[in-house]
Write a protein that binds this ligand. Structure first.
Ligand code: FES
Ligand SMILES: [Fe+2]
Length: 351
């Protein structure tokens, strides 16, 4: 039976790796093709994506059933992936389809690899990682910005060399906007002192500045839905940035490895007709490089922090969003581990 401190260590390890039982975006749709496999990592597991003969995205472990070569080094033929090493072909369910070097080979027809459920939405490919509590994928939770055609936008993604929790903490921390991004096009306004407040709701929370709304990056709204987590925030725009009101940023963070994550940010406006086209044009021509510059400021800061910063940090009032988010993740990790133990007939003992 695990002791309380063993349980704590396992919760911390699970949190560091990333929660299971979630849909995560792992690639832009254009990165996943029917010609060249796309290798990446999710929750410290190497995975490979490609498109089958119908154009549907598939995802399996990035491991050749023959001797373990990365399938992502191979090629796609007729919707199957062919390993570069000796040509073994695997389909989207992780079953060996053909061993071209050996007629009637016994491994043909064997389901050899884990496959992962895949969905595509908003120009991104999402993959589901099962948990003991949710072995089957729930619906992919979709924010209105990705399901309502009134919204339009651009997906921008980046791989950051830091644990995903730093990227989430950063999003739950509106007070960094007026310091870290003080020199930017859109975030240079507003006061540099404030208090923060938290509004909790059933499926998430909003952390907001008390004294300032609508001037800078003043709040973030997190949804911790069953099967996925995302957040959004609004960036007030000066009139020079075109029609459509505030720009909304919808954000997801996908854990890759202990020191790597990929952020997915959709920059969006709810704007229609000619104004939509004019904003999209303006965004491509003028706004995108400015947003990249802001995002790079976040990346550089987070990558510069030590892996164990939380062991020495001294939180203050402005970190209520960070603390609340960490507690929610902690509870979810604990529930996952307890469900796994219950499945194996283990209980948790008091120390
Ligand atoms: S390792 Fe892939 S075919 Fe041999
Ligand atoms: Fe930032």
């Amino acid at each position: 039976m695990p002791t309380t401190s063993e349980l704590k260590a396992r919760i911390e390890a699970r949190l560091n790796e990333g929660l299971r039982g979630q849909w995560y975006p792992v690639a832009k749709s254009v990165e996943v093709t029917g010609a060249t496999p796309y290798g990446t990592e999710l929750l410290s597991q190497k995975i490979v994506l490609w498109r089958d003969a119908d154009g549907a995205a598939c995802c399996v472990e990035d491991f050749c059933p023959h001797r373990g070569a990365p399938l992502s080094y191979g090629e796609v033929h007729d919707g199957n992936i062919a390993c570069r090493y000796h040509g073994v072909m695997v389909d989207g369910t992780g079953t060996v389809q053909r061993v071209p070097a050996m007629p009637d080979c016994a491994i043909e027809g064997r389901k050899a690899l884990r496959d992962f459920p895949v969905r595509e939405v908003g120009d991104a490919v999402f993959v589901y990682v099962p948990s003991a509590e949710r072995p089957e994928p729930p619906e992919l939770p979709l924010p209105p910005e990705l399901s309502d055609p009134g919204w339009t936008g651009f997906l921008c993604t980046s791989t950051w060399q830091c644990n995903y929790r730093y990227a989430l903490d950063n999003l739950a921390d509106p007070m960094h906007g007026c310091y870290l991004h003080a020199e930017s096009f859109t975030l240079a306004f507003g006061s540099k002192q404030d208090l923060l407040e938290l509004d909790r709701r059933e499926d998430g929370f909003r952390v907001s500045r008390v004294g300032q709304i609508g001037e800078n990056f003043d709040w973030t709204d997190f949804t911790l839905a069953e099967g996925g987590m995302y957040c959004f925030l609004d960036i007030p725009y000066p009139p020079a940035a075109g029609p459509g009101g505030h720009m909304r940023i919808l954000g997801y963070v996908s854990p890759m490895g202990p020191r790597r994550c990929r952020v997915f940010f959709w920059r969006m406006r709810k704007v229609e007709g000619w104004a939509r086209e004019s904003w999209r044009f303006l965004y491509r021509m003028r706004l995108e490089p400015r947003h990249w510059a802001v995002l790079e400021q976040d990346r550089v800061m987070l990558e510069g922090m030590p892996d164990d910063a939380r062991r020495r940090e001294m939180l203050y009032q402005h970190d209520i969003g960070v603390a609340h988010l960490r507690r929610a993740l902690n509870r979810a990790a604990r529930a996952q581990i307890e469900a796994e133990d219950a499945g194996h007939g283990k209980g948790v003992a008091a120390e």
